[in-house]
Design a binder for this molecule. Sequence first.
Ligand SMILES: NC(=O)c1ccc[n+]([C@@H]2O[C@H](COP(=O)([O-])OP(=O)(O)OC[C@H]3O[C@@H](n4cnc5c(N)ncnc54)[C@H](O)[C@@H]3O)[C@@H](O)[C@H]2O)c1
Length: 257
Amino acid sequence: MHFAANIEVGEGEKAPGAFYENNVAGTLNVVRAMLDLGLQNFIFSSTCAIYGDPESLPLVEDMPKRPVSVYGRSKLMVETILEDLSRAEGLRYAALRYFNAAGADLDGEVGEEHDPETHLIPNAIKAAAGIGQGMKLFGDDYPTPDGTCIRDYIHIADLVSAHILAAEHINATGESLQLNLGTGNGFTVKQVLDAVERAVGNPVPVEIGPRRPGDAIALYADTSKSKAILNWVPEHSDMDTIVSSAWAFHKRVWSLD
Ligand SMILES: NC(=O)c1ccc[n+]([C@@H]2O[C@H](COP(=O)([O-])OP(=O)(O)OC[C@H]3O[C@@H](n4cnc5c(N)ncnc54)[C@H](O)[C@@H]3O)[C@@H](O)[C@H]2O)c1
């Protein structure tokens, strides 16, 4: 299972060479080394960013791929390489296209902490807990019910179970897969902030800024293929479970108890 990558979209726009070297050449090196050793099964962290700005929703796996960022293009390039290697060199892979990975493990032991943090939920939790300088909301004038962007948030525990099922599937069948991993439900940024306020018990101080270039208005998955092939159904991805698990993790690492 290959998770390592550069993930910061803005960084990719500033320095695409280093980004492609790490995400594309780095992954190719890993896969070729595996094949040289006779290892054929590979799980790849792909992303909904490969679809770009969708013409229609929900996103289905075979829809056109027109990524609007270096990050999305780097992941699509890898998917193309994997497809070619599976056709000609015996690789068997699952490209798992995560939507927005979120939440922390349900015991509060493992969670996400980036520096700088760019993800919505940890930033909103920080702001609600009075840590740092409040948070910026990028655009509240989108054509959505409350003006903020819509995304599909998937709990990390559900992502984990999908990886295990995908590994078992390619091992048992030898079939390669490209699958969306989301819930199929879209939440606006403001709906996420409401959930953070419920979990933390404080308002989230927000500074409304302009739209961020490259942000699609709405992205959410069609999950029927993952359900049909893996029999995978997210169990922990309701928004309150996602946010309360993240809050439990952050409370512990920031010693707020
Ligand atoms: N977080 C999401 O919502 C999301 C969505 C879609 C896809 N993904 C993908 O999931 C994977 C994990 O993402 P994450 O959110 O945990 O990001 P992350 O930044 O927390 O994890 C990526 C890790 O890879 C490491 N890394 C990068 N290049 C490396 C190299 N050459 N050698 C060794 N380590 C290296 C980084 O140091 C980092 O620790 C990534 O491939 C990302 O593209 C994440």
